[in-house]
Design a protein around this ligand. Structure first.
Ligand code: IMP
Ligand code: MG
Length: 169
């Protein structure tokens, strides 16, 4: 059973707002948008088209979840961006922050590469993480504490293609 939590129109409107805010936040310098795969792929594709300045795009692949609905906290970097991070503004784009463990680990790895700035934009935030070392600067929506799928989010690799976000119940 699925219940629609955020429909296409609502997502599109919010993504436009985020694009505007991000554009305004980086008046100068190089901006590298780093999408955390796979969950961010649709959000990232929509978001970068709403950013009105020059950017570069790359990805990070961190394996963490498997098919379980609970975060393991174990993070493995299976693809690392080709591009140099030093001296650039880095914007990490994530699908959803739940425990925040995945993101925290990624951010430790990235900050060691001495970017000029390092910020996070997450489409969804469950607001349950207690000790996030890196604050999430841009959040699309506060998410219900349910398991969500669609718009990039999966359950056991299914449902990523849905144009809306639904909760599985
Ligand atoms: P965290 O480490 O607990 O914050 O989990 C982060 C990752 O777990 C996200 O990037 C998602 O890939 C996955 N995840 C967390 N919550 C959900 C959910 O409700 N639906 C689908 N994937 C989720
Ligand atoms: Mg993910």
């Amino acid at each position: 059973m699925k219940r629609i939590a955020f429909d296409e129109d609502r997502i599109a409107k919010r993504v436009r707002e985020l694009g505007d805010e991000i554009t305004a936040a980086y008046p100068t310098g190089e901006l590298l948008v780093l999408g955390l795969l796979k969950g961010s792929f649709i959000f990232l594709g929509d978001l970068v088209r709403q950013i009105r300045r020059s950017i570069q795009v790359d990805f990070l692949v961190a394996a963490s979840y498997g098919s379980s609905m609970v975060s393991s906290g174990e993070v493995r970097l299976v693809y690392d961006p080709e591009t140099k991070l030093e001296g650039k503004n880095i914007l990490v784009v994530e699908d959803i922050v739940d425990s925040g463990r995945t993101l925290d680990r990624m951010m430790q790895i990235l900050s060691a590469r001495r970017p000029q700035s390092l910020e996070i934009c997450a489409l969804l935030h469950k607001q349950v993480a207690e000790h996030l070392s890196y604050p999430v600067r841009w959040v699309g929506f506060d998410a219900p504490k349910e398991f969500l799928v669609g718009y990039g989010l999966d359950h056991a690799e299914n449902y990523r293609h849905l144009p809306y976000i639904a909760s599985l119940q």
